[in-house]
Design a protein around this ligand. Structure first.
Ligand SMILES: Nc1ncnc2c1ncn2[C@@H]1O[C@H](COP(=O)(O)OP(=O)(O)O)[C@@H](O)[C@H]1O
Ligand SMILES: CC(C)(COP(=O)(O)O)[C@@H](O)C(=O)NCCC(=O)O
Length: 655
């Protein structure tokens, strides 16, 4: 069918109109890009945010950007905000086109020539959270140097290129300023986090450090790849010191660069301080007298890994980091991404080795690290020669007070009791229960002897995953707040619900009517299971269910492996007093007072700290230090070092 001439002309007009509209639109867009470059950057970033999410941790990917539809999207992490502000700033400074990622300078680990500040970090990439620690040389030490020796702060950092060097510097200044070395540490983080005194010498001698040489010789952290072994020297003690060279050989510019790189990072990290609980666990920062510096602790969700990597990249930190000691499953999973995108090598440390190393370091380094819970009317006994007796006696006393029917009611009245009165020789063997995404159970027989003996799939990930489903909340802290208000008996079926309250039959099976028979069991009886049930009841019942299960598995393993002390660690326990108290009571109850559950203030960070320590070859137990680069095969060597045949003494005969 042919077109009429009026139809043809109308069609021509329509096409012409369409064309001119698109030309005007394109011109407008181009003008907008020129006039308002940030607008287009904003768009690019928004797209990035979504795509980052997509390519993050595989197990928790959501193809439609972020979370499943219908869930509220809470912005809990400052990555996006920070990343954007940093990108704007660095783009305008360097005048680069952020529309194309290839414009951003990349450096592979091999071709990096700048300073390396990777030695101050330890990374633990877990199933839910990524934890990282960084070490900053003690500010008090800088002040002293500045006052007494006229050293600029930056110059002082040069002495602190690695933790070993920090220790060496500390040793030399300790000798010079012996009188004020204790006083100036006081009050830094309060008594609770004060380091154990008088162990520095012991530790330093274990490192074969030579006081005289400390001021004139410098141990160069070879992880930076700036080692000139041709300048190896033999010290006056006759001990060959590997990786040393004269300060004169180190060029001034390299030192300044290194100091600047550190300063840049430190000031950046301080900017993160503003985010209170979201990123940095400020309350956990502590001054280590062993290493003369402060450890800082950060964490973020592992599914945000690519955001974190972008943050590093857009701040140019990757240019000054060649390698980082890393542990956790993600150290393997993300190693290629880190190397490809950031040029940073993740030097893998065994997960369990790192956990134990970090934990033992902190237990020796900090007074007040360990604690447990006791009924509020429990009173500590006066100290005896053998401190560990205190624990034995208090256990049996508290046990007398713990009757089955008081189990729940006592929970809220339980008090936090510090447990550092345990002498180190009495420490082993102990059970280490790491409640992360899943649960790992280790028997530790000595500073370098441990074995993963068991585990459980019902862990922190189980609780957190089910809570997200049941409550729609996307904040772990909010969930814990909810749980603290909940009533689990609305959800749990009690023994009395099954037997009736007064049944004589219960005596025979050794149960009382008011204990839980089945977690969530009450929901089977109602026509509508959610009627009358609040989110807080679900959050509490689930928390107790997961915790009870972990407690029971831990107790059975402790019994099987004859350990009477059980340390519970992992971020699941952070700020989670309900679980800590429940574990303390369950272990005491089930073991009839022969075992004790203990907790540690830095519960979630031992893996990251251990990765730092192992990577730097720092140990606490008096054995010679081994730098990771001295090993032919890091993992193999590490395992070798951690196998020390210590025969555990039996604590009690199996029943
Ligand atoms: N802010 C938080 N976000 C997510 N999970 C948290 C948070 N705080 C505590 N948790 C709990 O800690 C668990 C992760 O513990 P963690 O020791 O870091 O394990 P992993 O190394 O497997 O990530 C989570 O599964 C959750 O139960
Ligand atoms: C696989 C893991 C060691 C990983 O550690 P995580 O990230 O959970 O801290 C841990 O989740 C685990 O031990 N799961 C339990 C596996 C089992 O014993 O059945």
């Amino acid at each position: 069918m042919g077109m009429h001439s009026w139809q043809k002309s109308e069609f021509t007009f329509f096409v012409a109109g369409l064309l001119s509209a698109s030309v005007v639109w394109s011109l407008g867009l181009a003008a907008r890009r020129i006039l308002f470059p940030r607008k287009s950057l904003q768009h690019k970033l928004d797209v990035d945010d979504a795509s980052d999410e997509e390519c993050s941790s595989g197990d928790r990917d959501y193809p439609d950007n972020n979370f499943p539809k219908g869930e509220k999207e809470l912005v809990r992490w400052p990555w996006d905000k920070l990343r954007k502000s940093v990108m704007y700033a660095s783009a305008s400074l360097r005048n680069i086109n952020l529309g194309d990622d290839s414009d951003i300078s990349m450096a592979t680990a091999k071709n990096k020539t700048g300073p390396c500040i990777g030695e101050i970090f330890g990374l633990d990439v877990g199933g839910t959270l990524t934890k990282f620690v960084y070490f900053e040389q003690g500010i008090e030490e800088h002040k002293r140097h500045a006052a007494h020796e006229g050293l600029h702060r930056r110059e002082h950092y040069n002495i602190a290129a690695s933790a070993l060097e920090v220790l060496q510097a500390r040793r030399s200044s300790f000798a010079v300023h012996k009188t004020d070395s204790n006083a100036d540490l006081q009050g830094l983080w309060g008594l609770r986090q004060e380091s154990v005194p008088d162990r520095l010498d012991e530790f330093a001698s274990s490192c074969n450090l030579n006081l005289k040489s400390a001021s004139s010789e410098r141990v160069v952290g070879e992880i930076c790849g700036k080692v000139d072994l041709s300048h190896q020297k033999v010290q006056s003690s006759g001990m060959p010191m590997k990786r040393t060279r004269s300060m004169i050989i180190l060029t001034k510019s390299m030192e300044v660069e290194h100091a600047e790189a550190l300063d840049n990072f430190y000031s950046f990290a301080r900017r993160l301080d503003g985010y209170e609980t979201a990123l940095k666990d400020k309350h956990l920062s502590y001054y280590s007298r062993f290493l003369n510096g402060t450890f800082h602790f950060f964490r973020f969700e592992t599914r945000r890994m690519h955001h974190a990597m972008n943050l590093i990249r857009f701040n140019d930190f990757h240019l000054n980091i060649k390698e980082i000691g890393a542990t956790g499953g993600g150290a393997h999973k993300y190693a290629n991404d880190w190397e490809r995108e950031l040029g940073i090598v993740l030097t893998k440390q065994d997960e369990m080795d790192s956990l134990v190393a970090g934990m033992q370091f902190v237990m020796t380094d900090i007074l007040g690290e360990c604690f447990t819970f006791k009924p509020s009317d429990w009173t500590p006994q006066p100290s005896q020669d053998q401190d560990h007796h205190v624990m034995d006696r208090s256990l049996s006393e508290s046990h007398q007070k713990l009757r089955k029917d008081e189990f729940d009611s006592q929970e809220s009245a339980a008090t936090n009791v510090k447990r550092d009165n345990v002498i180190p020789s009495d420490l082993y063997p102990y059970l280490l229960v790491s409640i992360g995404t899943g649960v790992s159970i280790l028997r530790v027989d000595g500073p370098r002897k441990h074995e993963r003996i068991s585990g459980s799939t019902i862990g922190g990930g189980t609780y957190w995953g089910l809570c997200r489903l049941l409550t729609g909340s996307d904040s772990f802290k909010d969930i814990l707040d909810l749980a603290s208000k909940g009533d689990s008996s609305k959800v749990d079926m009690m023994v009395g619900d099954i037997y009736g309250k007064e049944s004589k039959a219960l005596e025979k099976i050794g149960l009382s009517s008011d204990i839980v028979a089945s977690s969530f069991g009450k929901l089977v009886a109602n026509q509508n299971p959610s009627r009358g049930i609040k989110e807080e009841d679900l959050a509490r019942a689930l928390l107790l269910m997961v915790t009870n299960n972990i407690g029971q598995v831990a107790h059975l393993n402790a019994k099987l492996h004859q350990t009477r002390r059980i340390y519970f660690i992992g971020t699941f326990l952070q700020h989670n007093v309900i679980s800590q108290q429940r574990l303390a009571y369950s272990i005491d109850y089930w073991s009839q007072g022969t075992m004790e559950a203990q907790f540690l203030e830095h519960e979630g960070y031992f893996g990251a700290l251990g990765a730092f320590l192992l990577n730097q070859g720092i140990e606490h137990d008096g054995s010679p230090q081994v730098n990771s680069n001295d090993r032919e095969d890091g993992a193999k060597q590490s395992r070798k070092r951690w196998t020390n045949p210590v025969v555990p003494k039996p604590l009690f005969s199996p029943e």
